[in-house]
Design a protein around this ligand. Structure first.
Ligand code: ZN
Ligand code: ZN
Ligand code: FE
Length: 763
């Protein structure tokens, strides 16, 4: 019999064809396998039981990196073939084959680069069909060497024979390379002039000597220094212009990672996974790590080497290094050599570079582990652009333009959402152009022609302006917090109506105010704002975000009136002299938009507690308040629901009174979190009573606060709710585009904005 199989999913660039070849050969079957633009096509011919065995093994035990999404089977008349071939790719037809994420070095390749008798001993660009660069080097589809940045490296005879040998681990490994024919390392000084000596040995010596190095990795350049050397880390902070935001660390090995941080089985599994993200783990006391790596932080972001280059370097450095994105603060990382030299020349003492171009800039991914499961903070290298299956097929092909900060965009087609890699802050020109290039690249390689473009309601977001300027696509405005909750639903492969607790710093509301602590009832079709944090003015707009004390002054004024500056609080002694202009701005409503932001409420309490009056990065004060809290402290401040307003003023008043009464900051911070959690649970109970909804979705950047996440989840589950939290995309704005996509792609008869659902209700 002869059978034809057409397989869709992640089947290119994952060693699928060699696997098929080996299997067919073992079973003595004839036929062929080829990559086409939709995936893989296989024809096998032989006796029935062998063909059945072939299909069964293929579907049950595919190669480790493959993911089979669709299988079409058909029977053909036998043609009498008894040999099996791998045929050249077909390039015509619709392109829906997946580009796979980059994969960390596999065990076999690691062994090889450490084996002094092997051809690739010490070779920094070793890879095989099971590992190596993919997304960052791919320029087109179908995935073939000619459509990668390896196309300029002609294979030497030995590599060619491995590439052509179906029994070899590198059979049809597109980025195959060796020291003879592949990319080469070089060490350059800060002006780009080549330096003498072995690049790896010299780089390791430079790091151990306290130097700052720019290192070209998979998705761009990193900046590195010895993480145990306080003065090197301080110098890197100074040169990079990064005051306090934690740096990530690369540990030489899993053993080293466990020495630096408390890592349970789930953490070590994620650290060592083939995706190799930065994992935020709780830091051990008294390690060699310099405090300056993550000042005033109980956590540390650790990753393991994920390319042979990193592995070889770390084996020579033999201690953890800071490995942070190669940029000045807030810029996207440099990924082109000339640009890197120009932008990083003033930061790095030397460049460990190479001649394999990076086609797509890609940052490291960041995850936490919550309840034994990945909780994404930034979804990028190793994850993007793997398609996410969605619960309801897109009615039409969609492009979601995404937010302004932590930008990602999303394509939706069929039952797949393709969320981009991390792009960054669109106000930065380089990020904006990466966004535009990314849309062009993704629509081409995934062959999606969007008919709908989803955008945030914020008129000043550059992504919104861009979306509204597009021709031939229908724009659909999506409210920010509705998108957050829809993102959480889609992330959990759910589509029903839920209660959404959307908590973050800033999102444009449909009334023009700045929202950020929202209790919504919603599904993909629409939302109702059931409750929200009581509005307060945001005096000075962006200035109030940088200076949390302004929010504290506003809240104290609202809580205590004229007597606020007589309170016996450190905060008052410290700041009361600066209140007048801020409070009059707030009272007059001049440059003081109204806000229900959860982020600003955290800021207010953090500054009240004396933790921080000024921040140097987004979310800093809230993170410090979370870490200050003593989780064993019971008691909760009142956070009452009056009408549809959750009263943050009452909450802050209670915190201030508790401080005056002599309670410690760890107690106050804990009771604040507990109060918030109880108030939110109460609001959900009110909604459940009125509407019968018993599932709550948690989304928005504030849910990066694990104490809040744990308190709210426990409270809601204790009250009989089902709680949905993120697992595949971030709760912060990095996951927003997924929600925009599923809302705009929802099969709705009426075109136009998905505004508040009609028939709202009162509580
Ligand atoms: Zn490998
Ligand atoms: Zn070679
Ligand atoms: Fe947000």
């Amino acid at each position: 019999m002869r059978q034809r199989l057409r397989i869709g999913g992640t089947v290119q660039g994952v060693g699928f064809r060699p696997f098929v070849f080996a299997l067919a050969s073992r079973l003595g079957l004839g036929g062929f396998v080829l990559n086409d633009s939709r995936g893989v096509v296989i024809e096998v011919e032989g006796n029935c039981s062998d063909v059945d065995a072939f299909t069964r093994i293929l579907l049950d035990e595919p190669p480790p990196l493959a993911r089979l999404d669709s299988i079409e089977k058909s029977h053909l008349p036998p043609v009498g073939s008894d040999r099996f071939d791998i045929r050249a790719s077909e390039t015509e037809g619709a392109v829906v084959a997946t580009i796979t994420p980059d994969v960390a070095t596999c065990a076999a390749c690691l062994e090889e680069i450490r084996d002094s008798s092997a051809r690739r001993y010490g070779y920094a660009f070793t890879n095989c069909t099971n590992c190596g660069p993919r997304f960052t080097i791919t320029t087109g589809v179908p995935y073939d060497r000619g459509r990668t940045t390896m196309s300029s490296f002609p294979l030497c005879p030995e590599c060619r024979s491995e590439y052509s040998d179906p029994r070899d681990r590198r059979f049809h490994a597109q980025p195959i390379a060796c020291p003879r024919c592949g990319p080469r390392l070089r060490l350059l000084d800060s002006d780009g002039a080549p330096l003498e000596g072995d690049p790896l040995t010299a780089s390791a010596a430079a790091l151990r000597g306290g130097g700052i190095l720019a290192i070209k990795g998979l998705g761009g350049y990193h900046l590195a220094c010895d993480a145990t050397d306080a003065s090197a880390v301080t110098e890197l902070r100074r040169r990079k212009g990064r005051e306090a935001k934690p740096f990530a660390v690369m540990a030489p090995s899993l053993e080293w990672a466990c020495r630096l941080a408390h890592t349970g089985p789930a953490e070590t599994a994620v650290l060592a996974s083939h995706r190799r993200p930065i994992v935020i783990v709780s830091r051990r006391a008294g390690t060699l790590l310099a405090d300056e790596v993550a000042p005033a932080n109980r956590y540390i972001g650790i990753m393991l080497p994920y390319t042979p280059l990193h592995d070889l370097l770390m084996r020579s450095v033999r201690r953890p290094i800071v490995l942070t994105s190669g940029n000045l603060s807030d810029e996207p990382i440099a990924h082109e050599d000339a640009d890197a030299l120009e932008r990083l020349g003033g930061i790095a003492d030397a460049f460990l570079a190479h001649d394999r171009p990076v086609h797509v800039r890609c940052d490291d991914s960041v995850v936490r582990v919550v309840e034994g499961r990945e909780y994404p903070i930034r979804r990028s290298r190793g994850y993007a652009p793997e398609p996410l299956e969605v619960p309801v097929p897109f009615a039409r092909p969609v492009l979601a333009a995404g937010p302004e900060l932590k930008h990602t965009f999303c394509l939706g087609t069929g039952n797949r959402a393709i969320l981009s890699h991390h792009i960054g802050d669109l106000a930065n020109w380089a990020a904006m152009s990466a966004f535009l290039e990314g849309v062009e690249h993704f629509t081409r390689v995934f062959d999606v022609r969007p008919e709908v473009v989803a955008h945030d309601l914020h008129p000043e977001y550059l992504s919104t302006k861009w979306a509204l300027g597009l021709e031939d696509v229908e724009p659909v405005g999506v409210q920010h917090h509705h998108a957050h909750i829809a993102s959480c639903l889609a992330d959990n492969r759910r589509a029903e109506s839920v209660i959404g607790l959307a908590l973050d710093g800033t999102g444009y509301g449909d009334d023009g105010a700045i929202w950020g602590c929202e209790v919504l009832t919603c599904d993909f079709a629409g939302y109702t704002r059931a409750a929200h944090l009581r509005y307060v003015p945001l005096p000075g707009g962006a200035a109030a975000v940088r200076e949390p004390w302004r929010m504290t002054a506003v809240y104290l004024q609202a809580a205590f009136g004229e007597g606020a500056d007589d309170l016996s609080l450190d905060f008052v002694d410290r700041t009361a002299g600066r209140w007048r202009p801020v409070l009059s701005m707030a009272a007059a409503g001049i440059n003081a938009p109204l806000t229900s932001s959860a982020g600003r409420l955290f800021d207010a309490v953090a500054s009240l507690c004396g933790l921080r009056d000024r921040v140097s990065y987004e979310g800093q004060a809230a993170a410090e308040l979370e870490q200050a809290a003593d989780p064993s402290v019971a008691g909760a401040y009142p956070f009452p629901l009056t009408g549809t307003a959750l009263d943050g003023v009452t909450l802050v008043r209670a915190a201030a009174e508790d401080l005056i009464a002599g309670s410690s900051v760890p107690e106050v911070a804990a009771r604040f979190h507990n109060g918030l959690a109880e108030g939110l649970r109460h609001a959900c109970e009110m909604v459940r009573e009125a509407q019968g909804l018993a599932t709550v979705a948690l989304s928005g950047g504030s849910w990066q606060n694990l104490l809040l996440l744990e308190r709210v989840t426990r409270g809601l589950e204790g009250a009989g709710f089902e709680v949905l939290t993120h697992r595949r995309v971030p709760a912060n704005d990095g996951g927003l585009a997924l929600g925009q996509a599923v809302i705009a792609g929802w099969p709705s008869p009426e075109p136009g904005d998905r505004g508040p659902a009609s028939g709202g209700w009162e509580m």
